[in-house]
Design a binder for this molecule. Structure first.
Ligand code: NAD
Length: 447
């Protein structure tokens, strides 16, 4: 909490909601924001950078449009014999810097608007990290946990069959996303092999036995902690002893929290969809992860014995040096941003800040490291997997992690330089660098 404000646990209504299994279900069913208003809001970050770069109307239109969008039905004969029809989509935003790259998401809310917004964000993320990729995204409106292994595989194979002419190692390379994992990528790889022969680089985020990288699983969290340390150094926050609050305790948040704790930070709060745990002395993240390893269904509240309960809203408002939203989209809106007390916000989740939230944080002088840099570690390591697959070589995890840090350092420096040279905040600087690179590629190619 900001000094002088209500203490942890004051929001009794939210506490009650957390303890109610019905509300847990509701939260888990709504981990994304797919409404058109949110998509339009997110477009504002792109528009601002395009204004800044003084782009003409034709170039703006090109950059906002997708190069290709497809939607299709995916009928599934379920294991119990019933028939259900899901819908899939793939949006390919821009390939001027290289093949399309982007995840395949399984989520009931995924629709073409959502994929369009995420595909465009991927283009900027790849360009900022200077990867030879453009952005794509796709998904199926199914709920992962409702499907058994056979059903998941049938959906994934159907997905590949519908869009196979659009996929390929130098065309469009899928990866895991929310609701999909390395084993799903193994199925995608197998199905694509039926069309493209043995080419491991057709998909990234694969199991290591099929040419994936062991560093991929933790890469996004590793990138988040690395960028957090860079930002802390720039803003005179000593990471050793810095107070850090993390919203989320999923794949990204767990690695980021562990790395920061190992670097000496005091991680005072983490959360999941049920709420979080708070300890002024700092949570023992290592111990929490060990319990979690034995019980992957354990909630944060079960992992941190003795810690205080805290709601997700309260995590965002804690008095900390660094706040890391690492759960879902749109959590920092104008209202919640007004309660943020951190000096630095590092966006580990995709699009955690709405345009309204961004304005409030900016007015309040709170530094934000944008998602397109903070969580780029995943796509950077996907790129390294693709490169190794091309070479038919395997690198050590140390080598992969060194490359990851070097590429993130370069992106960080490009953003910092643009921020200083043009007197703009980090988000505008990151978008400016990324969009200028895409414009340059498009112009050079005569588009
Ligand atoms: P995950 O599913 O492993 O974890 C998500 C976490 O958020 C869980 O702890 C979950 O309990 C929590 N959560 C869900 N609903 C919530 C709610 N309503 N309020 C608060 N917390 C809630 O996902 P992840 O892979 O860790 O991804 C987290 C974020 O990072 C997402 O925005 C994702 O798009 C983004 N991201 C992930 C990767 C990656 O490589 N995994 C890469 C780039 C961006």
């Amino acid at each position: 909490m900001c000094p002088g404000e209500t203490g942890v646990g004051a929001l009794a209504e939210k506490q009650e909601k957390r303890q109610n299994p019905q509300s847990r279900e509701t939260l888990e069913q709504e981990p994304t924001r797919s409404d058109r208003k949110f998509s339009a809001e997110c477009e504002q970050f792109t528009m601002r950078a395009m204004d800044d770069l003084d782009l003409d109307d034709q170039m703006r239109e090109l950059l906002l449009a997708s190069q290709r969008e497809v939607q299709f039905e995916l009928p599934l004969r379920r294991s119990d014999g019933s028939l259900v029809v899901f819908y899939g989509n793939r949006v390919q935003h821009d390939s001027s810097r290289g093949p399309f790259k982007g995840g395949i998401r399984f989520h009931p809310d995924i629709d073409i608007d959502h994929s369009r917004m995420l595909a465009r964000t991927m283009t900027w993320k790849c360009a900022l990290a200077d990867l030879p990729f453009g952005g794509a995204k796709g998904g199926v409106n199914c709920r992962s946990r409702d499907l058994d292994r056979v059903e998941r595989a049938a959906i994934l194979r159907g997905y590949v069959d519908r869009i196979i002419p659009l996929l390929g190692v130098n065309n469009d390379i899928p990866a895991p996303d929310m609701g999909t994992n390395a084993y799903d990528m193994a199925v995608l790889f197998d199905q694509m092999t039926k069309y493209h022969q043995q080419e491991p680089g057709v998909v990234t985020g694969k199991p290591t036995e099929l040419g994936g990288l062991s560093a991929r699983e933790g890469a996004t969290g590793h990138g988040v902690s690395h960028v957090t340390c860079l930002a802390a150094g720039e803003h005179d926050i000593d990471i050793n002893g810095a107070r850090v609050a993390v919203q989320g305790f999923g794949k990204v948040a767990r690695v980021a929290a562990r790395n920061l704790a190992e670097a000496g930070a005091r991680v005072i709060a983490v959360s999941d969809s049920d709420g979080g745990a708070y300890s002024e002395q700092g949570l023992d993240i290592g111990a929490m992860l060990r319990i979690r390893e034995d019980d992957d269904q354990a909630r944060v509240a079960d992992l941190a014995a003795g810690a205080d309960a805290v709601s997700n809203e309260e995590v965002l408002a804690l008095d900390t040096d660094i706040l890391i939203p690492a759960a879902i989209e749109g959590v920092l809106d104008a209202d919640s941003a007004a309660s943020v007390c951190a000096k630095l916000v590092v966006e580990a989740a995709n699009l955690p800040t709405t345009c309204g939230g961004d304005s409030v944080l900016r007015e309040r002088g709170i530094t934000v490291v944008p998602d397109i840099l903070a969580n780029a570690g995943g796509v950077v390591v996907s790129y390294l997997e693709w490169v190794q697959n091309h070479q038919r070589l395997g690198w050590s995890s140390d080598k992969v992690n060194n490359h990851l840090e070097t590429l993130l350092d370069t992106a960080w420096n490009a953003m910092l330089e643009a921020s200083r040279n043009h007197n703009i905040d980090y988000r505008d600087a990151a978008y400016r660098v990324a969009i200028a690179r895409v414009v340059r590629a498009r112009t050079l190619r005569g588009i």
